[in-house]
Design a protein around this ligand. Structure first.
Ligand SMILES: Nc1ncnc2c1ncn2[C@@H]1O[C@H](COP(=O)(O)OP(=O)(O)OP(=O)(O)O)[C@@H](O)[C@H]1O
Ligand SMILES: Cc1ncc(COP(=O)(O)O)c(N)n1
Length: 332
């Protein structure tokens, strides 16, 4: 279990008196564990979330949450894109900011229309967010084509996109194309700037121009993609062996290969799994988790979100995940 600093128990415990003195004696006896935190978080106040074994964050009192940014398209159905990312940030106790790159007319059955946001307006959103908030981690999703990809790369090259998680979104679960540019531009443009790239099987095939049919070939693909400069590459195996017992992803990180396996959830609600995974990684990086733990924890979070939504019928096609599983509604 990843642990943060001890919980702030509130004013009552800080008042002088018997309990206060007893607590003070206990604190003296117990050696204090040094909190782990990212440098970028030092400026953001105390504390980050504990994460349970099942990946759900433990609710802690934060003087203020860290901030993450998603640069992605809107999904009118609320299952993927910006909407999934902001749900995921909120579920992790991270304040979400967003730069909209495209508007899609989309539901659980597919995409019926999509328009990119003008580059000038994307730039204005980036300047508005990055010029004001101390953003601790960034996730990119749908960029639509070369123009916005190059624009985002410009901000990365200027060191303005810390802890950059690049989800090279090219096509939806339902088979609709979301990227019109050359796949190689992803590797050249964002590869060297990425902390981690998270292609699914189809995207990894397009990026490398070769077939990937097995976990061993996913490992080779992760190694090959890492030569373009990202610190880590996660090749996702959601589309491999759909009838198998496990959903296996492979992570190449700092020269080491890790297989991340989770029980395969029997569900038709798998819309937005890739967006959710990438934004959960970004949220955990913003919270100060080390990279491999951030990726492993994010995968557990996605598995639990899939399980919790398996019986939902929110649309007639492939529905969204339950991003806030394990949490009570604010209306209760
Ligand atoms: N049925 C499932 N049960 C458990 N985990 C799954 C299942 N399907 C996908 N996953 C996991 O979800 C994450 C996203 O994987 P996937 O390969 O589906 O990415 P993606 O295609 O980018 O997602 P999306 O469906 O949003 O496009 C991975 O960790 C993958 O292993
Ligand atoms: C705006 C937007 N961004 C990303 C996806 C990919 O998600 P999925 O493959 O689950 O449809 C999507 N459908 N829409």
């Amino acid at each position: 279990m990843l642990r943060g600093p001890p919980r702030d128990r509130g004013d009552a415990r800080r008042r002088p008196g018997a309990h206060g003195r007893r607590d003070a004696r206990r604190r003296q006896r117990r050696p204090r564990r040094a909190p782990r935190r990212a440098d970028s978080q030092a400026a953001l106040g105390e504390g980050f979330l504990d994460v349970r074994r099942d990946g759900r964050p433990v609710n802690r009192v934060h003087p203020q949450p860290p901030i993450a940014l998603t640069i992605a398209g809107s999904d009118s159905g609320g299952g993927a894109g910006i909407q999934a990312d902001l749900h995921t940030f909120a579920a992790h106790g991270v304040h979400g900011t967003s730069v909209l790159t495209a508007i899609t007319a989309q539901n659980t059955r597919g995409v019926t229309a999509a328009e990119p946001v003008a580059a000038g307006l994307v730039r204005a959103q980036l300047d508005a967010v990055l010029g004001d908030f101390p953003v601790a981690a960034v996730k990119t999703g749908m960029l639509g084509g070369a123009e916005l990809l190059e624009l985002v790369a410009e901000y990365g090259q200027a060191d303005r996109l810390p802890n950059l998680v690049v989800d090279p979104v090219m096509v939806t679960t339902t088979g609709d194309p979301l990227y019109a540019g050359d796949p190689a531009a992803y590797l050249g443009g964002l590869g060297p700037l990425a902390t981690v790239m998270t292609p699914n099987l189809i995207e990894a095939r397009q990026l490398l121009g070769r077939e990937i049919e097995s976990v061993e070939e996913m490992r080779e693909a992760a190694r090959a993609l890492a030569t373009y400069g990202p610190r880590a590459v996660l090749v996702k195996g959601g589309h491999l062996d759909r009838d198998g017992a496990a959903a296996v992803d492979v992570l190449w990180c700092d020269g080491q290969m890790l297989d991340l396996s989770a029980p395969r959830v029997a569900t038709r609600n798998d819309h937005g799994t890739g967006c959710t995974l990438a934004s959960a990684i970004a949220a955990r990086l913003a919270l100060g988790h080390p990279l491999p733990q951030a990726v492993a924890g994010a995968k557990v979070y996605v598995t639990e979100a899939m399980k919790a939504a398996a019986a939902w019928r929110l649309g007639t096609g492939r529905g969204p995940l339950h991003h806030h599983h394990g949490r009570k509604s604010a209306a209760l």
